[in-house]
Design a protein around this ligand. Structure first.
Ligand code: TPP
Length: 665
């Protein structure tokens, strides 16, 4: 490929081939990985980095940098090569040689937090597209608050066939088109190949037409022609819509026997083929060797935005001190100092004026109280706003004509919403929360898992949290969802028992900067169980003694959420029969598990009988109350009926539980 556009002595082809051979050599050394994608997309990536990208490898966290997301994480060597070549100090040739090795920075798929310059963890196809949409939206939101001199960057994503086949990308792309996120530019690596062979085995859609119908700007180019690539990016940058640049490429470009074939996907080319490829691309250098002049040229690419960087710093310094501090606070993810006080006052007020309300309503009251003080809090729901109670009265809608609001109508796109929330959180400056029914957690789970993996603060408001939702029946009644969430590392699963625990849960979720939190809330009304004010956040203990009528109670009742109310009735019933007891409210397993031994021992107690009550599967409860256990749970998919009938049917009533206990006493 000859490049007459280059003014330097180093040609475009040489720059792109550097990516190709770094990738080929690293995959070959690791005997594992995917050389085909980096070889195919090297031209696009080279033009993007060399002529368009706003970034500064010396300050990878510069907040107004353009974001680059390799949604097709299987081609991770493309990203590692680009970061290394453009001069990110965090990555050396040693790291590249250590590709896919234990504790290496260059993991099999790009992992957020391992290496500066990686904007998000990708690998599960489609997720990166969702993240990119979230990042592009965050840019708009922040720009509205601080102006375009402070926030004015593009989000670029590289997507493969697989990314665009995955349903999540349909959801996210449709949403991006609706919101006219014009600073989002997606390169579609249209190489027509996936693992099983040609994409035509399973797909005959017209992807470009599909994106057109989503209200995207679409451009189709030869992905190996630098002029066409540059022209397309220029046009995309001017567009009033998000852009899809569909790049016809050859997977494994330059490999005489594997180019255009699925054999270049997911396996080293092999020594003989590498020799042939070196010959064909006229790359006469030893593995991992890069000629000095080419490396210098690549390093210069890393300096291309220095003047913009300096200008941004100047603009930032021109802001008032208050604005500067507020910007830093939001971007650093710190909460306003008075938030604790607001929540504590709210607790006090509610205790003075208690009422029986569903915890989803309690959550709405919390949002009402905090949203005006927390401008970075951006809520939303996947078309269940009224049911999830996620929108406070004063929230303003974010739409294509005004990004200055704080509420998002995600539509019926749970998976898209979850990935977009990750993008909003990763971008920084926004704290996303989103609602749906707890049962539809399953539609969010892959993104929620990534939020946990990436330690991102995404807050899930999951309502209708048990058979207590009643008549909607088994399809809507979450049974195994709490257990499945609790089995996922680094997720705080909060199931508050009343308004006070809901306030405390919100505080925990907001302060949890190291991962996602789920707040599971009821549809049905609950009587308050916390009646005495304390400034202390008891929910933070994970499990705590709520009531006690003896120093040595015969029965310990452990319950979460709505079942704490049943525990109270049970305690009264036991009391009438002269059986002593205590109640342990268990709003969060994860927080209890990290308490010290002594505290745990005090919670385990010495009762003759321990009972756990939760309207879901009992999996996991043995750890909370290990001995002499009776589980009161729901081990099947529920049923359609008024909820009180269901509680009775499944034995979730004080009198039915009392009968079980009396047999053990
Ligand atoms: C959600 C998900 N499903 C399956 C995979 C396994 N996988 C990795 S790459 C790939 C398909 C590769 O085809 P394509 O997207 O066209 O990428 P290319 O071959 O062009 O690299 C699959 C199925 C995955 N990473 N994520």
């Amino acid at each position: 490929m000859k490049d007459k556009t280059s003014t330097s002595k180093v040609t475009h082809g040489e720059l792109a081939n550097t990516i190709r051979f770094l990738s080929i050599d690293a995959v070959e050394k690791a005997k594992s990985g995917h050389p085909g994608l980096p070889m195919g997309m090297a031209d696009v990536a080279t033009v993007l980095f060399k002529d368009f990208l706003k970034f500064n490898p010396s300050d990878p966290g510069w907040h107004d940098r353009d974001r680059v997301i390799l949604s097709a994480g299987q081609g991770s060597m493309l990203l590692y090569s680009l970061l290394f070549l453009s001069g990110y100090k965090d990555i050396s040739i040693k790291d590249i040689k250590n590709f896919r090795q234990l504790k290496g920075k260059c993991a099999g798929h790009p992992e957020y937090g391992y290496l500066k310059g990686i904007e998000t963890t990708t690998g599960p196809l489609g997720q990166g597209i969702g993240n990119a949409v979230g990042m592009a939206l965050a840019e708009k939101i922040i720009s509205k608050s601080f102006g375009t001199k402070i926030s004015n960057h593009f989000t670029y994503a590289i997507a493969s066939d697989g990314d665009l086949m995955e349903g999540i990308s349909h959801e996210a792309a449709s949403f991006a088109g609706h919101l006219k996120l014009n600073k989002l530019i997606v390169f579609f690596d249209d190489n027509g190949i996936s693992i099983d062979g040609p994409v035509s085995l399973s797909n005959s859609e017209n992807t470009v037409s599909r994106f057109k119908s989503y209200n995207w700007n679409t451009i189709s180019i030869n992905g190996h022609n630098p002029k066409e690539i540059a022209r397309a990016i220029k046009i995309a940058k001017q567009s009033k819509k998000p852009s899809l640049i569909s790049c016809k490429t050859k997977i494994g470009f330059g490999s005489p026997n594997k180019e255009g074939k699925s054999s270049s996907h997911g396996a080293p080319l092999g020594e003989d083929e590498i020799k042939l490829t070196r010959k064909k691309l006229k790359w006469d250098h030893k593995p991992f060797m890069i000629p000095k002049k080419i490396l210098e040229e690549w390093n210069a690419v890393g300096h291309r935005s220095l003047s913009e960087y300096k200008k941004w710093k100047k603009n930032f310094n021109k802001l008032s001190l208050n604005k500067k501090n507020e910007y830093r606070r939001r971007v650093d993810g710190k909460l306003p100092k008075d938030l604790k006080k607001i929540l504590s006052q709210f607790k006090k007020k509610f205790i003075q004026n208690p009422s029986s309300i569903a915890t989803r309503q309690s959550s709405e009251l919390v949002i009402n109280a905090i949203a005006p003080k927390l401008p970075e809090l951006v809520g939303g729901s996947a078309d269940l706003t009224g049911s999830n109670n996620t929108r406070s009265k004063k929230m303003k809608t974010i739409n294509a004509t005004n990004y200055g609001g704080n509420y998002i109508y995600y539509g019926i796109r749970e998976h898209g919403m979850a990935a977009i929330m990750n993008g909003l959180a990763l971008h920084k400056g926004v704290i996303p929360f989103g609602g749906t029914f707890l049962i539809f957690l399953d539609y969010c789970k892959p993104s929620l898992r990534l939020a946990a993996l990436m330690k991102q603060r995404a807050i899930y408001i999951l309502t209708h949290d048990s058979i207590g939702l009643g008549e909607d029946g088994p399809t809507h009644q979450p049974i195994e969802q709490l257990a499945s969430l609790r089995a996922t590392p680094n997720v705080k699963v909060l199931r508050p028992a009343d308004t006070i625990e809901t306030i405390e849960s919100w505080q925990i979720a907001l302060e949890n900067r190291g991962g996602p939190s789920v707040i599971a809330l009821t549809r049905q009304k609950l009587s308050p169980v916390r009646k005495k004010y304390t400034n202390k956040n008891l929910t933070e203990l994970g499990a705590y003694e709520l009531k006690n009528n003896s120093k040595n109670p015969q029965v310990s009742i452990y319950a979460s959420g709505s079942e704490v109310e049943i525990a109270s009735e049970l305690m009264d019933m036991l009391s009438k029969k002269k059986v002593t007891s205590r109640i342990i409210s268990v709003p969060c397993f994860e927080l209890f598990k990290v308490q010290n031994k002594q505290y745990k021992k005090s919670i385990f107690g010495n009762s003759k009988v321990n009972v756990s009550i939760e309207a879901g599967t009992s999996m996991g409860w043995n750890e909370i109350c290990p001995n002499n256990l009776i589980h009161v749970s729901v081990e099947e998919f529920g049923a359609s009926a008024p909820y009180k009938k269901l509680y009775d049917f499944y034995g979730l009533t004080a009198s039915k539980i009392y009968k079980k206990i009396s047999k053990k006493l």
